[in-house]
Ligand binder design. Structure first.
Ligand SMILES: Nc1ncnc2c1ncn2[C@@H]1O[C@H](COP(=O)(O)OP(=O)(O)OP(=O)(O)O)[C@@H](O)[C@H]1O
Ligand SMILES: [Mg+2]
Length: 233
């Protein structure tokens, strides 16, 4: 069995009389340590998949197997433990706490787990060793996203889930961020899932999952993923 197995997963949203099926029987598997890109147009259901994988949302039907456990059967307390100990989440718009410094933002995450990494070391790893005492408003978008990645990585998660992590960044800073994520997968064996609507990112993936209208349209394993240095878009 693969490290992650999403099997026939459904998510429906009801607003008044209308039902939107955001995930319509999603099935895929992901191996440990892979860098996965989930590609799809706006509204395809990508964030819904990622939020369910991360235990931030629950499916209506189906199995969500993570490392042999079906988290679809977890109660709220088990989901909290799962989110806390196993998942790092990176959001499109960083979601940093504005009145805490870069270092304090990372400490927020490292303080809630047992085997956390040193916040200063992680900030150095993402190239922000000299910006630790800056507040988010004093940092560029790319720097803020690197703080957000440091915050997710500091928990030493087995699974790093990233929702449009380069969506708000320009080409060069976007590549810096992707490089950090590819290194986490290649050097540390972290399983990294990146959700995006930007098809240009697809060649860096070990595995590409395309989503259309709440369904998996295709899944391809890429034996020769592109190094970020060689990526152009
Ligand atoms: N809480 C909600 N209530 C109602 N409908 C929702 C909710 N969350 C998502 N949806 C709907 O489910 C569908 C899939 O949404 P989702 O956010 O997963 O798409 P996405 O692929 O991430 O899109 P984008 O690229 O724009 O972020 C959309 O039609 C969206 O409007
Ligand atoms: Mg989304």
């Amino acid at each position: 069995m693969a490290y992650i197995e999403m099997i026939e997963s459904y998510k429906r949203y009801k607003t008044g009389d209308t039902v939107i099926t955001a995930n319509d029987g999603i099935t895929f598997g992901i191996e440990k340590g892979e860098l996965v890109v989930i590609l799809g147009a706006s509204g395809a259901g990508k964030s819904t998949v990622l939020n369910i994988l991360g235990g931030m949302d629950t499916s209506d039907e189906g199995q969500i197997i993570i490392d042999g456990n079906d988290i679809a059967n977890y109660n709220a307390k088990q989901l909290t433990t799962y989110r806390r100990n196993e998942v790092g989440f990176v959001f499109q718009f960083y979601n940093l706490v504005a009145n805490l410094t870069a270092k304090e933002n990372v400490e927020l995450a490292s303080e809630i787990v047992a085997n956390a990494m040193n916040p200063e070391e992680v900030l150095k790893d993402v190239g922000l060793g000299n910006r630790m005492d800056n507040f988010p408003a004093q940092l560029s978008g790319g720097e803020q996203q690197r703080v957000a990645i440091a915050r997710a990585v500091a928990k030493n998660p087995k699974l790093l889930l990233c929702d449009e992590p380069t969506g708000a960044l320009d080409y060069r800073t976007g590549k810096q961020v992707l490089k950090i994520l590819q290194d986490k997968s290649r050097l540390d064996g972290t399983t990294v899932v990146i959700v995006t609507h930007n098809a240009a990112i697809a060649p860096i993936a070990d595995r590409l999952i395309e989503i259309h209208d709440g369904k998996v349209k295709s899944m391809k394993v890429n034996p020769q993923p592109l190094d970020i240095e060689d990526l152009e878009w």
